[in-house]
Design a protein around this ligand. Structure first.
Ligand SMILES: Cc1ncc(COP(=O)(O)O)c(C=O)c1O
Length: 362
């Protein structure tokens, strides 16, 4: 049996350090965001992403929501998002009372492009969210240049792309703000829920710091209606233990994907294109196939774990009935044809080869 994801290999050697984090939290009563544990992680992650500021929050969804809120997104506004993403990207917009405007993606990178965004821009457009899907950096230069010319901020949804690089710069530093998820299976995952915002914008940072903590400017002074969407100290501690290993883990994911590419090169399976000047961190190794049902049957029979990211586009979800009749052909086609292969640090080359032999047979 080959599982789809396995975190044991990376977590087992870190257990003593995780226990130390637990002990420190208990011994110092540092449990919530106000303590040193969160600040230490925020500083380390800001440095890692090559930005001035990082704010730790309770999840990737919270990071997106708080960033949009801090940018003043509200009812009546529109925010452009790719339809080919995890639903949280769109839901964060909806939580602000604004409308997510779904656009299609490129047929090779499976990422959002300016040519798809431009026709949807109007006076209600108040932000664009570029999702680095599966860890593959969006070709952002054209999007940021054009959006900024229209005074529209661009937010990176980097929830799947910790450590990815575009034009020599880290994902998280490429636009007005970036949002990360530390869901356990992410390239940098907490041992529970977590998220963060990275940015070089001080004003935005100050707003988000207050928004995540009841609009608080002093212990019992609340400047506006805020939320409790804070990162837990213990999760920040666990993340600080894991962060120094992230680049090495990403490197191993890239190597494993190159093994997949090698064995699948003479087949009909299509892997995600990475634009020149970018390095994906392969949160997922996704292939497009002609007969997914057949692949699923073979994987199931041979006990190969897999995922489907995602079986429905956002605009086809029951949560967005008004958008059901949109026609976004590439996104729709991807939902029918993609399958995610086993990929994690600790996966062996022989196992990758075995998965590929099965794919070749199909
Ligand atoms: C692209 C994308 N955006 C947003 C999120 C939301 O993150 P979280 O689950 O931490 O709320 C995820 C998480 O799966 C994601 O993959």
């Amino acid at each position: 049996m080959i599982p789809f994801v396995d975190l044991e290999y990376i977590h087992t050697p870190l257990q003593a350090d995780f226990r130390k984090v637990q002990e420190t939290c208990i011994n110092t009563s540092d449990f919530v965001t106000t303590g040193q544990m969160v600040k230490n992680f925020e500083n380390a992650f800001a440095q890692y992403c090559e930005v001035k500021y990082c704010v730790g929050v309770s999840s990737g969804t919270a990071a997106l929501f708080l960033t949009l809120k801090a940018m003043g997104i509200q009812e009546g506004d529109e925010v452009i998002v790719p339809s080919h993403t995890f639903i949280a990207t769109a839901m964060a917009v909806s939580h602000c009372g604004a409308k997510p405007v779904f656009v299609d993606v490129d047929s090779e990178t499976w990422n959002i492009r300016w040519s798809d965004i431009q026709p949807k821009v109007n006076e209600k457009t108040k932000a664009i969210i570029a999702v680095h899907i599966y860890g593959n950096p969006v070709d952002l230069e054209e999007i940021v240049t054009n959006a900024h010319a229209l005074s529209i901020p661009v937010i990176e949804d980097a929830c799947q792309a910790h450590g990815a690089i575009y034009q020599g710069k880290k994902v998280g530093s490429l636009a007005d703000a970036a949002c990360f998820s530390f869901y356990p299976s992410k390239n940098l995952g907490a041992l529970g829920e977590g998220g963060a915002i990275t940015t070089n914008n001080e004003e935005l940072t100050q707003k988000i710091l207050k928004l995540r903590n009841y609009g608080r400017s002093d212990k019992y002074k609340h400047d506006f209606v805020g939320y409790n969407l804070r990162l837990q100290a213990i999760q920040a501690g666990f993340l600080s233990v894991k962060l120094p290993f992230l680049d090495g883990w990403n490197q191993e994911r890239r190597r494993l994907v190159s093994v997949y590419r090698h064995f699948l090169k003479d087949t009909d399976y299509q892997l995600q294109k990475v634009v020149t000047n970018a390095q994906s961190v392969y949160h997922l190794c996704v292939i497009k196939c002609k007969n997914r049902e057949n692949v699923i049957q073979h994987f199931t029979k041979n006990e190969i774990g897999f995922g489907v990211h995602y079986p429905l586009t956002c605009h086809q979800q029951p949560a967005y009935p008004d958008d059901f009749n949109l026609s976004l052909q590439i996104s729709e086609h991807l939902t029918q044809s993609v399958i995610s292969l086993p990929l994690y640090v600790g996966l062996k080359d022989e196992q990758v080869e075995r998965v590929c032999r099965i794919l070749q047979k199909v």
